[in-house]
Design a protein around this ligand. Structure first.
Ligand code: SAM
Length: 268
């Protein structure tokens, strides 16, 4: 069972939406021939690791309309929440499934496969198996908000670099897919999708956080400190001091966390 709470996903969603590259979404929707006034959905979108439907909300806000939204997640609670939020207005098909069982993923007929904040958790094996299953001549592939290993805090603290290095190592830990791609996700996907014949566009989608996102920043600081507390040789007193300093500046400082979006269109 994955452990992404509704509260955490809700907390990050506004920052994700602001960060998401809108141009790539537009190109993706245009490539699928979106109708302005759909009578009935005639395109299938499969969202992998959908959570509560963040991709649905982002894409509909940006003009996506005539889709059957096929949401896939291991966590039934998150899927129930997605249905509760959108089941009356949109045609949602929910699939509680483990993404690692790639052969059983409901990809049949997909016009576009999407994912948000997922592939940095995933492994090379998962990406390879998924790409092998997608109909690369017909299916658009779009993935947003994959962490790239960069984090800039302001004001700076002497332990920032050490903490970041440890955090990036921790990002490679197995999150249920085998060793995670972490910050290498976008480069790996780009290479593999290009080899599969796709035309690739990437765009940065950094979180630009300040005191306006204080709760998110505080959660991040707690999460980072917890992730690096063991296994990476950081002195516990120094880490406690870093965390205290960071929390003290959560309301007044800023933080930029790098992510990338990637769009793969079937080649000519
Ligand atoms: C970081 S969350 C992103 C959720 C959503 N896409 C969003 O942007 O809010 C990762 C999602 O992947 C799901 N997930 C993680 N591992 C999974 C697996 N092996 N099979 C299916 N879903 C998985 C989690 O339950 C969670 O909903």
């Amino acid at each position: 069972m994955s452990s992404f709470s509704i509260e955490w996903l809700d907390l990050r969603e506004p920052a994700d939406f602001t960060a998401r590259d809108k141009n790539l979404v537009q190109i993706a929707l245009d490539s699928l021939g979106q109708k302005k006034d759909p009578i009935s959905p005639d395109r299938i979108l499969v969202d992998l690791g959908s959570g509560t439907g963040s991709t649905v909300r982002a894409l509909t806000k940006l003009g996506a309309s005539n889709f059957v939204w096929r949401l896939v997640d291991l966590d039934g609670k998150l899927l129930d929440e997605a249905l509760k939020r959108h089941g009356k207005q949109l045609l949602i098909e929910d699939y509680q499934a483990d993404l690692t069982v790639v052969n059983e993923l409901p990809l049949t007929g997909a016009n576009i496969v999407t994912a948000s904040a997922l592939f940095d958790l995933a492994s090379t094996d998962f990406c390879d198996a998924l790409i092998a299953r997608i109909d690369t001549r017909k299916t658009v592939f779009y993935t947003a908000l994959n962490y790239d290993g960069t984090t800039q805090w302001s004001p700076a603290h002497p332990l920032d670099e050490t903490v970041l290095e440890a955090f990036n190592m921790d990002q490679l830990r197995d999150k249920g897919f085998g060793p995670a791609l972490g910050p290498n996700a976008t480069d790996y996907l780009k290479m593999k999708l290009e080899n599969a014949g796709y035309q690739i566009q990437v765009a940065p989608s950094p979180w630009q956080l300040s005191g306006e996102q204080q709760s998110l920043v505080e959660n991040l600081i707690e999460g980072i400190a917890k992730a690096v507390a063991e296994n990476y040789g950081i002195d516990s007193n120094a880490l406690r001091e870093w965390k205290t300093y960071r929390l003290q500046h959560a309301a007044t400082g800023s933080c930029v966390i790098g992510h990338w979006d990637l769009l793969a269109l079937p080649g000519e």
